[in-house]
Design a protein around this ligand. Structure first.
Ligand SMILES: NC(=O)c1ccc[n+]([C@@H]2O[C@H](COP(=O)([O-])OP(=O)(O)OC[C@H]3O[C@@H](n4cnc5c(N)ncnc54)[C@H](O)[C@@H]3O)[C@@H](O)[C@H]2O)c1
Length: 360
């Protein structure tokens, strides 16, 4: 294990720890010591780290593709059938190894098997290490609707290792940084300044990443320990998500989740500044950073009308209104009930015409 002390997260379902490992082999040694483990592994990760996972060769394992099509009831059923075929019982511990997709599917497999068995998670993407690995939320897609069904189920342990980042694509690293920057904005101007200075000086593949992951988890832990079941404060962690989910669904998931979130953060900043709720020069400064740090070429076109229609279908929209998370200051976000109307459509159209982070 690493010299960094494990982080303890308080949960109504039982406290759990995030343990940091210096290398993948010692992390896999810890996994090998878990009795009655059933492994659900991202098939790409299993291949990339085959020599490390050799230690688990005789243990029951279900390999799954990390696709949104597999993050469904079908993907869960395949995992459960593999667990059944492997002779799983009430003492089984389900161990998920992969990014957010494997996390969501394997959490629900653990939740449903015999009405719930222990779950251990190994995040292998930056997004999962810095954000989704704590907080106990899991959801899968139903029909054409993303993340529509799910549960709160906290893990017993999270085992993490920065080394997994080395095999991620640049786009996947940028996606992880989308959530890191979102959490820095939730935290404070100082947190944003630190992450911004590190990225602008050394890029996103630097030895600062461990520090950024830690900062992000500390912010998320602070929020979920107050409001684990998202009754109030935790909603602010959905900053950027309403616009981001609309983009993801409009371009059929061509944009990775964390990049969609940071795009949504920029749109939310723009809308808040147009509403007079967020200082214009603070927004302009934030936008300049986001524009330099995050970019991608989106091949599918998207219009304000399509985005707004997608927002109407969002699970958080009720009676033509959506609770937007808007910045009032860096480190101070507000939940603002907002009609999905011509005014909002106009703001989004203006954003696309003048500010779009992903414009060519
Ligand atoms: N449950 C939550 O709290 C939560 C939070 C945020 C996002 N999510 C969900 O997570 C999903 C996105 O997850 P993600 O961005 O972590 O990634 P992912 O699981 O979608 O994986 C992205 C790609 O990276 C590959 N990959 C994973 N680890 C790798 C590694 N170490 N090296 C090389 N390639 C690797 C995967 O095979 C896949 O091709 C979305 O479905 C989103 O809705 C869930």
């Amino acid at each position: 294990m690493s010299s960094t002390a494990p982080m303890r997260v308080a949960s109504a379902q039982g406290d759990y720890t995030v343990e940091q490992y210096d290398d993948v082999d010692s992390l896999v040694d810890s996994l090998a010591a878990i009795p009655n483990a059933f492994f659900i592994v991202d098939e790409l990760v299993a291949d990339l780290y085959a020599s490390s996972f050799q230690r688990l060769a005789n243990r029951p394992m279900h390999r799954m593709p990390a696709t949104e099509a597999e993050k469904t009831l079908h993907g869960i059923e395949r995992g459960l059938l593999a667990l059944q075929a492997a002779g799983g019982n009430k003492r089984t511990t389900v161990v998920g190894i992969g990014g957010g997709i494997v996390q969501d599917v394997s959490t629900l497999v653990a939740h449903l098997w015999y009405r719930g068995v222990d779950f251990v998670y190994v995040p292998t993407t930056l997004l999962a290490m810095a954000d989704s690995c704590i907080g106990a939320k899991s959801a899968v897609n139903l029909g054409s609707f993303k993340n529509q069904i799910g549960t709160f189920q906290s893990p017993k342990r999270v085992l993490a290792c920065d080394r997994f980042i080395s095999t991620l694509t640049d786009e996947a690293v940028m996606s992880g940084y989308g959530e890191i920057v979102k959490l820095a904005i939730v935290e404070s101007p100082e947190a944003v300044a630190t992450v911004r200075a590190d990225i602008e000086r050394d890029g996103m593949r630097s030895n600062h990443v461990g520090k950024h992951v830690r900062m992000s988890l500390e912010t998320k832990r602070r929020v979920i320990e107050i409001d684990e079941y998202e009754v109030g404060l935790r909603k602010t962690l959905n900053f950027g998500h309403t616009f981001g989910h609309a983009l993801e669904s409009t371009v059929d998931n061509e944009v990775p989740h964390g990049l969609a979130v940071v795009w949504g953060v920029d749109v939310a900043g723009y809308v808040a500044s147009r509403l007079g709720q967020f200082d214009q020069s603070t927004y302009a400064d934030l936008h300049e950073f986001l524009h330099r740090a995050f970019h991608m070429h989106v091949t599918r076109p998207y219009t304000a009308l399509e985005l707004v229609n997608a927002m109407r279908r969002d699970k958080k929209a009720v009676a033509g209104e959506v609770a937007l998370i808007l910045p009032h200051r860096i480190g101070e976000l507000a939940i603002v009930p907002t009609p999905i109307d011509a005014t909002l459509t106009g703001f989004i159209a203006d954003y696309l015409a003048t500010q779009d982070l992903f414009a060519a």
